[in-house]
Every structure is written in C-alpha cells, then in structure tokens.
Design a protein around this ligand. Structure first.
Ligand SMILES: Nc1nc2c(ncn2[C@@H]2O[C@H](COP(=O)(O)OP(=O)(O)OP(=O)(O)O)[C@@H](O)[C@H]2O)c(=O)[nH]1
Ligand SMILES: [Mg+2]
Length: 367
C-alpha cells in the first residue's frame, strides 16, 4: 500500500515523513519537472499479533505488512492544473496524507501569509477536483467522437460509459469528490485506470505546534465534499525530534507531552480506519507474515495478494482466528473446539484471520 504525503509548500510534509521513517532509509529520491521532489520509504506496520505469533511458532522469518510512504512536494496554491508528471505520481498512490499547516512561526513563510487550515484544505481539494474534471471532460469528448464516428463498439456500450462519466462530471461540478459516489463493480472497473484524485481516501493531518494557539476544526466543516476522510492533529516537528531519540529518552519525552503512541502508530491506525484495511496472517515454521487487505476482500482475492497462482488455482481456505488461537493455545485445540474451518472463495476475510490457502499449482491445471 502506498500513501502519498502532500500539502501546500512548507506545511511540514518532510518533517512528518522524517518522523515516520526515521528507522528506514529512503529507497529513492526523484526530481520531477526540475523542482518537485519525491522521497520514498517503506516501513513495517507495527503489529502486536505478529509478535505473539512469532513467539508461538518460532519461525525463521517474520514479515510485517508494509506501507510505502512518499513525500511528494510540488503542489502549490496557484496551480489549478498539475504538471503531467506530478499528476501521474499523485494518481498512483492508494491514499493521501494531507498535511495542513496549523502552526504559527514568523520564520517560516506561508504561501498566503496567513494561517487558516480550513482554507488551505479547500484550496488543495479544489485543485484535485479541477484535475479530475479535466480528465472526465477529455474522456467525454472522446466518447462523443466515438459515438459520432460509429462503426466501432456497440452504441449501448458507449452510452453506458457516457452516462457514467456525465455522473462523475456532475458530482465534481457540485463540489463533491468521486469518493462520495456509490459505484457498481462494473463502474469501478471502468474508472479504475484513471487514478482520480478525489476518489482516493485522504487523511488530513493538522500540523500543530506545541507553542502556538491550536485552532480546532470539526471533521464535517473541513471535509469539503469528501467522504473517505479522517482528521487527526499532530505536532510533526516534536514527533520528528522524538523519533531521533533513543528508546528511553523517547519514552520519557512522550510521557512528558502526554503522548501514548508513536507518530507511526497514530498514522497507521488512522490510515487503516480511513481505508477500512484489515490484516490477515499466514503462519508456519519458515515464515510468519501479515498481509493488508481492504474491506470485503474474499478468500480468493486474499489468496491473490499472496500469489496470483494461489488465486487462479484456489480450492479452499483453511481459516482460524487469531483470537481463538491465542485463547485456546494451539491449532489442535482450535480444531478440537470446532473453530477451525474450511471456507470457499466467497468467504469474506475477517481482521485477524490466520489462513492457509489450498490451491492447485498451474501445471496441475493442464491435467
Ligand atoms: N514551529 C514549527 N515549525 C515547524 C513545524 N513543522 C514543521 N516546521 C518547520 O517548517 C519548515 C518547513 O517544514 P518542512 O517539513 O520542510 O515542510 P514541507 O512541507 O516539506 O516543505 P516543502 O517541501 O518545501 O513544500 C521547517 O523549517 C520545519 O522545521 C511545527 O509544528 N512548528
Ligand atoms: Mg519537503
């Protein structure tokens, strides 16, 4: 899963990125359009269940679920349409972490020389809507010319797409994000390749300061027509400073400031909630591994996150829950209690499921 850290200039994106990834080396720096810069780092999702499972099974390898963070600079307050390369990068992330300046500091210029988090959010969301709108308009134009030319696809097929894109256009025009639409599976498939910015979930991070007056914003007032939104407050600069301390000093400072969790925990919890993510596990003596999936993922799709062969050759999923394993103490006791199950491909995977996929490898399919 890839989350892009975005926001207006000097709002604290790199500060947050550093606080989140202090243990990890950025895997790549990339300059876009000669000025915008993208930094990437991959972090492991902290997970207490993984710790328990690795004590229980004593595997040779433990793999946490992974999240890729990208620090994406280059969005400004007077852009409207984004340069193509920036748009491509934005369209490829699964969700956004939108950092919004909510601290006063005369030494750090704000692009509009004032502090107003609510207005800043609106500016960026409006820019997202404009960029989506242009893509929708271009698609409608090409559908219209396809219709006029004739001889190609069936008319009802073209009309079906026209209707969908007109609906997207209307939604954006009335200042709502594409994420507010209830789309069918077929609709989702038709728009999935466009990477619409307003269709992606967005975690809004109000970047507070420990010194300046904190302005509070209720979620509903700053949503601005988006549905998949969470809002949290952080003190990125302080979090970054704490992230650079050793464990003992960090614990001391966190206590001092009344912080019970690390910044990574906070961001990951909010991102999981915002994207309705769940974790399932594969276990064995060789490797214990956590996998992140979205809500309503069925067993066959979950198999596909492990390997495409498991998806195509899916037979059954052996399932037990982490809670049962922990409570009863062993896999055989879970079986004895009748809580170990064989599930078919339509089974909706639950958070904390421990799964073993039975599948026929591709070469067997040819028999
Ligand atoms: N006082 C104060 N300064 C902060 C806070 N967060 C970030 N800063 C400072 O603000 C300046 C800009 O922060 P960055 O993290 O570089 O912001 P950015 O969004 O990455 O900036 P660009 O990449 O240039 O758009 C730095 O000098 C930070 O130290 C904060 O909570 N309080
Ligand atoms: Mg930066």
């Amino acid at each position: 899963m890839k989350l892009g850290i975005i926001g207006l200039p000097h709002c604290g994106k790199t500060t947050l990125f550093s606080a989140l990834t202090h243990d990890y080396n950025p895997t790549g720096k990339k300059v876009v359009d000669g000025k915008a810069q993208i930094d990437t780092a991959i972090v492991s999702v902290p997970d207490e269940r993984i710790e328990w499972l690795s004590n229980h099974y004593n595997p040779t390898k433990v793999s946490h679920a992974k999240i890729t963070f990208q620090d994406i600079s280059g969005i400004t307050n007077n852009q409207e349409t984004f340069p193509r390369s920036l748009l491509t990068i934005l369209s490829q992330v699964d969700g956004f972490i939108h950092v919004v300046r909510n601290f006063d500091d005369p030494n750090i210029p704000h692009p509009m020389q004032r502090i107003n988090a609510e207005e800043d959010i609106k500016i960026l969301l409006d820019e997202f809507a404009i960029n989506d709108m242009l893509i929708v308009e271009r698609k409608l134009e090409s559908l219209n010319s396809e219709w006029n030319k004739g001889g190609g696809r069936d008319r009802p097929e073209i009309e079906y797409e026209q209707k969908l894109f007109e609906q997207l256009h209307h939604t954006l025009e009335t200042k709502y994000g594409i994420d507010t639409l209830q789309l069918t599976k077929q609709h989702q498939k038709l728009i999935s390749g466009f990477g619409f910015l307003t269709s992606k979930p967005m975690l809004i991070v109000l970047n507070d300061d420990d010194k300046s007056q904190k302005q509070k914003y209720p979620v509903n007032t700053i949503r601005h027509g988006k549905l998949k939104t969470e809002v949290i407050s952080l003190m990125s600069k302080l979090e970054m400073e704490i992230a650079q301390l050793d464990q003992d000093d960090a614990s001391f400072f966190m206590k001092e400031y009344g912080m019970s969790e690390t910044v990574l925990d906070k961001i990951i919890q909010s991102a999981y909630k915002m994207m309705s993510l769940k974790s399932f596990y594969t276990v064995g003596n060789n490797e214990i591994r956590a996998w992140a999936i979205t809500d309503n993922t069925n067993a066959q799709q979950a198999a596909g996150t492990i390997h495409s062969d498991m998806q195509s050759g899916f037979i059954r999923a052996e399932v037990m829950s982490f809670a049962d394993l922990k409570e009863l103490g062993s896999e055989s006791l879970v079986k004895a209690a009748g809580k170990w199950r064989l599930e078919g491909k339509e089974y909706i995977v639950q958070d904390g499921d421990i799964i073993n996929i039975r599948f026929s490898p591709p070469r067997n399919n040819q028999n």
